[in-house]
Write a protein that binds this ligand. Structure first.
Ligand code: DOR
Length: 461
């Protein structure tokens, strides 16, 4: 495979003769040109050589024989709820869970306390992440009717990955329920607007169905497919009217996949491992309100519709919607039980297991969690194994068989909906800016993740 690579020209070779900070030897690299079995040299946190480096020195050498090396996986939807609490996730525990699951970067959602809706709130998050975040990070600016007019400025805050809008209420207090307010957010600024599309008027109208039943099986009845489809249709209309690029988060219905496939010029699409893997009623029979999330896990027909969307290329990104709540909170009687499940640590194991079953290729997974996030959100220096790019890598053992268990979970909630799942394919190394932070399940080094940089934001050095 390595024979496809040209020898470096003389001038380049002279530069390569220097030593490297890190050499990853003998891995199968997932490059833009396909799988290549060769070495990677890292200097100053960047990829400085992709070539046979068997005769070169480095401060650290990793033998990746038998492993696949992919550009670092980025989870573009997590809720870490900084400043957290004894049982509540924070930036330290959330990013620790991320790197243990092979994730090198996260985008955090703004429904935090305080809400991330101002430049100050964004700057405070970046300060709090400094020296505590294990992986790279960025934050969504929450869009509201109140801050919409300032969005062209707010979205340029350093560390901002884009704008987030909740069309339907979920956890926290961030809501853009009417078309006028949605239009206002979409009319100001240029960054991609990530949207939680559930129709709030219909949610209010149907809430009694959940209250009267008191049974979590009614979650996808209260928040039915029409609730999601209606909001997505409203979003499509306003996106077409304003020409603004949007990112439709956690799509849950087959119908939305079909609808949105006609609007891929402006709308990118996320699916979650939970919606691709579990279906109703089985997940509610087995997990009760631990399977409760918004928008809900639906029946098998919808799950298969999501796979159709993924295999047809309608899905651009896999994000986890990591939204942990403690066991005590989840055990409250439905519908008082909060919606959300942890997912940042299990994203890759669950998706690699789908790879092992032939439902998607490893190349496709790399596109969904690394290349597309970088391309669609305009992240600088990420998403590819290429000269000059950041040296963020996830090492994968495609053969490793493991069981996902609650006691492996680093999140403060200490549980996962995938407890007991046997999987094939596992992330065995997390490397960020050339530093190993996880190897074979062991946390290494220090928490030194950095804010990500974007083409369309202000960037501090
Ligand atoms: O289930 C969910 N939980 N969906 C959301 O959109 C929010 C999240 C949370 O913050 O807990």
């Amino acid at each position: 495979m390595s024979s496809r690579l040209l020898k470096p020209p003389k001038t380049v070779e002279k530069n390569m003769a220097q030593t490297f900070d890190l050499i990853i030897h003998n891995g199968t690299l997932m490059t833009p040109g396909g799988r290549v079995q060769t070495d990677i040299g890292v200097r100053n946190g960047k990829i400085a050589a992709i070539e046979d480096l068997s005769n070169h020195d480095a401060a650290e050498k990793i033998d990746a024989k038998g492993l696949h090396v992919m550009p670092g996986a980025i989870d573009t939807q997590v809720h870490f709820r900084e400043p957290g609490g004894e049982h509540k996730e924070d930036l330290e525990s959330g990013t620790r869970a991320a790197v243990m699951g092979g994730i090198t970067g996260v985008f955090e959602m703004p429904n935090t306390n305080p809400l991330t809706t101002t430049r100050q709130a964004m700057a405070d998050k970046i300060t709090r992440a400094h020296g505590r975040a294990w992986c790279n990070h960025a934050f969504y600016m929450g869009g509201t009717a109140e801050n919409a007019a300032d969005m062209a400025d707010l979205e340029r805050s350093p560390g901002c990955c884009g704008v987030k809008v909740f069309m339907g209420s979920s956890t926290g207090n961030l809501l853009v329920e009417d078309d006028e307010s949605l239009r206002a957010v979409l009319s100001h600024g240029v960054r991609r607007v990530a949207v939680h599309a559930e129709d709030e008027p219909r949610l209010i109208e149907r809430k009694k169905l959940a209250e009267e039943s008191g049974d979590v099986h009614s979650h996808p009845v209260w928040r039915d497919d029409e609730t999601a489809i209606r909001a997505t249709k409203r979003l499509i209309n306003i996106v077409r009217e304003t020409g603004r690029k949007a990112h439709l988060l956690h799509v849950t219905t087959a119908d939305e996949m079909k609808l949105v496939s006609d609007h891929k010029d402006l709308i990118s699409v996320e699916a979650t491992p939970q919606h691709l893997t579990m279906s109703a009623p089985e997940c509610y029979d087995r997990l009760g309100s631990f399977a409760q999330m918004n928008p809900p896990i639906r029946d098998e027909q919808h799950r298969l519709g999501l796979w159709w969307g993924l295999q047809q290329g309608v899905v651009d990104i896999i994000g986890s919607d990591h939204a942990p709540h403690s066991t005590e909170e989840k055990q409250q009687p439905y519908p008082n039980s909060p919606s959300g499940m942890p997912g940042v640590q299990t994203l890759l194991p669950v998706m690699l297991n789908h790879v092992s079953h032939g439902r998607l290729t490893l190349e496709h997974l790399v596109d969904l969690v690394a290349t597309s996030p970088a391309r669609l959100f305009g992240i600088i220096g990420k998403g590819r194994i290429a000269m000059g790019y950041d040296a963020d890598f996830t090492l994968i053992d495609l053969e490793q068989q493991r069981e996902i268990t609650d006691d492996w979970i680093e999140s403060k909630c200490g549980w996962t909906p995938f407890n007991g799942e046997s999987t094939t394919g596992w992330p065995v190394g997390t490397i960020i800016a050339g530093r190993s932070v996880m190897r074979d399940g062991e946390l290494l080094g220090v928490a030194d993740g950095r804010p990500m940089k974007f083409f369309e934001s202000e960037n501090a050095d």
